[in-house]
Design a binder for this molecule. Structure first.
Ligand SMILES: [Zn+2]
Length: 86
């Protein structure tokens, strides 16, 4: 069987313009695998790394966004407030 005239074009904008990208570099393992999810009901940012599995929930003021939460996360890791299991 032949693939007749079945070129595929290289236009893959499969990234719908959402909000800010919320994947960041992990201060623990160095991979770009940290996700930040903000729970606006509780004003809690859930930060977790898909690589080293570090994860934490951080209380944030309502005005904080993903980037702010990530900044706090980094501070906490560096100051030793977060410990990674495993
Ligand atoms: Zn990590």
């Amino acid at each position: 069987m032949k693939n007749m005239g079945r070129k595929y074009k290289k236009k893959i904008p499969r990234r719908p313009p959402k909000r800010i990208p919320s994947v960041f570099q992990c201060p623990n393992c160095g991979k770009r695998a940290v996700r930040v999810e903000i729970d606006r009901d509780d004003n809690v940012a859930k930060v977790s790394c898909g690589s080293c599995k570090i994860s934490v929930e951080i209380k944030i003021p309502p005005i904080c966004n993903e980037v702010d939460a990530y900044g706090k996360f980094v501070d906490m890791v560096y100051s030793g407030e977060i410990t990674v299991e495993g």
